[in-house]
Design a protein around this ligand. Structure first.
Ligand SMILES: Cc1cc2nc3c(=O)[nH]c(=O)nc-3n(C[C@H](O)[C@H](O)[C@H](O)COP(=O)(O)OP(=O)(O)OC[C@H]3O[C@@H](n4cnc5c(N)ncnc54)[C@H](O)[C@@H]3O)c2cc1C
Length: 492
């Protein structure tokens, strides 16, 4: 007979409902806090043997900041806020290209914003939750069985739990999703990039205090932040179509192979990583697209349900918001759990969809496809400091958009709809425009030296910004180069 050992740990009394939450990350701890507030007993299962260290930097603004406020976290988070810092764009050898003052980011985001280490956000949540929840480290779930009136989980320590609701908040590679919804391959959409991020034990000597330096090159970005002892960190992302091979190499060898040619603070950060790779976050970048986030008494939350990726800069915000809304929905629907989960999902889907789409469109900001894109990005960063600068629209991958639409149970977008998401064609596009010398330099090698760059109305996979064109037409438009043009010289 199964021994439900947890029966003794029922602080809410035998009448209280029970939630078992898998994962003590942002989503899991926020859910624990919210469900406890609704009078539920909460058990949190965490695979890691102990709480993790500071990790990488997170920004919370907009709905993420609002959710932190609703959860009552601001008094604990505000003292941990790093604030805005100066960004310096650097060349490969670490020399300065140009500076973006902290005030620019502040003006863009506003005052209702926090910059935090992931570990600080997790600690703030843990400190509130620990007194009320039964948190078990080094414990995971091996099996899930659903009945009409309960869900049962078999734990890795040989015990069993019975609950009213099982919340899978165990991250992008969720075990609960695999056990209840199916294999990861059915839901993961690879974005063909790797990301690495880690705290720096020693303050980087090549980066002034209070400054973050960023190197942006074709298909890769590296950033090193010197925010003083215990608060400095590094961030890397690069394009890689074979994420399994990169993951297998491990953080230090893979990041050194991808960024080892760079100097300055980046070289220092890689040396520190090689000496102590244990605290590094290193993973492929992939979105979770699943058409239903709950199944009976099991619900997925946070990255497990909808990972929007680092390119959205919004996953922690959605984890907090999602947890808060889950608590509110459960409170509003009483015993009707199905209605609560339906309402909850409907309220969150539009924001998740929007953030996932923005992340896919934002890839080229983190890993510009060509040198021309780097050049255009630099130009935009410089110009963004000017008042009234209109934002450009990025390139998107039509095949990926169609896969995602299909997974979401939607009609795949037409070519015209996809083109609508790309930069507009300049109204003066009829002429054959010859790039000026600096523009030609900025073009990718295969486009350089061509007689003329013909503008084309067809869907494209490359776009090059033209300064002289901008001057000519007085607008900040993008040139479109047809795929055929981008493919290389045809011996005209
Ligand atoms: C470099 C980087 C920068 C980012 N920047 C931002 C940002 O600026 N703003 C923002 O809002 N978001 C940002 N994000 C995204 C954000 O960090 C994530 O979306 C968020 O942490 C997801 O929280 P989660 O709780 O769903 O998952 P996780 O944080 O992954 O937590 C999952 C937890 O479950 C545990 N677990 C896993 N498997 C099991 C198992 N089988 N059993 C038990 N426990 C298990 C894990 O150990 C972990 O503790 C960034 C992400 C990265 C990588």
């Amino acid at each position: 007979m199964v021994d439900y050992e947890n029966a003794a740990r029922h602080p809410g009394g035998p009448e209280a409902k029970r939630a078992v939450i898998v994962g003590a990350g942002i989503a899991g701890l926020a859910a624990a806090l919210r469900m406890h507030r609704e009078g539920w007993d909460v058990v949190v299962l965490e695979r890691a043997p102990a709480r993790r260290s500071s990790g990488y930097l997170l920004n919370l603004h907009g709905p993420g900041y609002d959710a932190a406020e609703r959860l009552g976290l601001l008094p604990a988070l505000v003292p941990r806020d790093i604030g805005f810092f100066t960004s310096v764009l650097v060349h490969a050898d670490g020399r300065e290209k140009f500076t973006v003052p902290a005030a620019v980011a502040q003006a863009a985001v506003g005052n209702r914003a926090l910059s935090l280490f992931r570990g600080d956000l997790e600690s703030a949540l843990y400190d509130v939750v620990a007194a009320h929840a039964d948190i078990r480290f080094a414990t995971t779930v091996q099996a899930v069985t659903q009945q009409t009136d309960a869900v049962e989980v078999a734990l890795s320590d040989g015990t069993h739990l019975r609950a009213d609701l099982l919340i899978g908040a165990d991250g992008v590679h969720s075990r609960i999703r695999e056990l209840v919804f199916g294999p990861e391959a059915d839901y993961l959409v690879e974005l063909d990039h790797m990301v690495g991020a880690f705290p720096l034990d020693t303050v980087p000597a090549h980066v002034p205090e209070g400054v973050g330096t960023t190197f942006l090159g074709p298909r890769r970005t590296a950033a090193v932040m010197n925010l003083g002892p215990g608060r400095s960190s590094a961030f890397f992302t690069y394009r890689s179509p074979d994420s399994s091979a990169e993951s297998a190499r491990g953080a230090a060898p893979a990041l050194t192979a991808a960024f080892g040619d760079l100097g300055g603070g980046i070289a220092e950060a890689l040396q520190q990583l090689a000496a102590d790779p244990a605290d590094a976050y290193f993973d492929s970048v992939g979105q979770i697209v699943i058409d239903r986030w709950s199944h009976g008494r099991v619900v997925l939350l946070g990255d497990a349900a909808w990972c929007v990726t680092v390119f959205a800069g919004y996953g922690a915000a959605l984890a907090l918001d999602g947890a808060d809304r889950l608590g509110a929905a459960v409170a509003a629907h009483g015993d009707d759990l199905a209605a609560a989960l339906d309402t909850w999902e409907q309220s969150l889907r539009p924001e998740v969809r929007k953030r996932q789409a923005l992340a896919r469109k934002g890839i080229s900001r983190f890993a510009p496809p060509t040198r021309a894109h780097v050049w255009a990005g630099d130009l935009m960063l410089r110009a963004i400091q000017l008042p009234g600068y209109p934002r450009s629209r990025p390139a998107i991958d039509p095949a990926r958009e169609q896969l995602i639409a299909t997974r979401q149970g939607e009609r795949p977008p037409t070519r015209t709809q996809l083109v609508g998401g790309l930069p507009r064609t300049c109204p003066r596009q009829e002429s054959n425009l010859r790039p000026s010398a600096p523009e030609a330099d900025a073009l990718s090698p295969e486009l350089r030296g061509r007689g003329s760059t013909r503008l084309d109305r067809q869907p494209v996979d490359r776009a090059v910004h033209s300064v002289s064109h901008h001057r000519r037409c007085g607008q900040n438009e993008w040139w479109r180069i047809s795929s055929a043009e981008a493919a290389g010289p045809r011996g005209r």
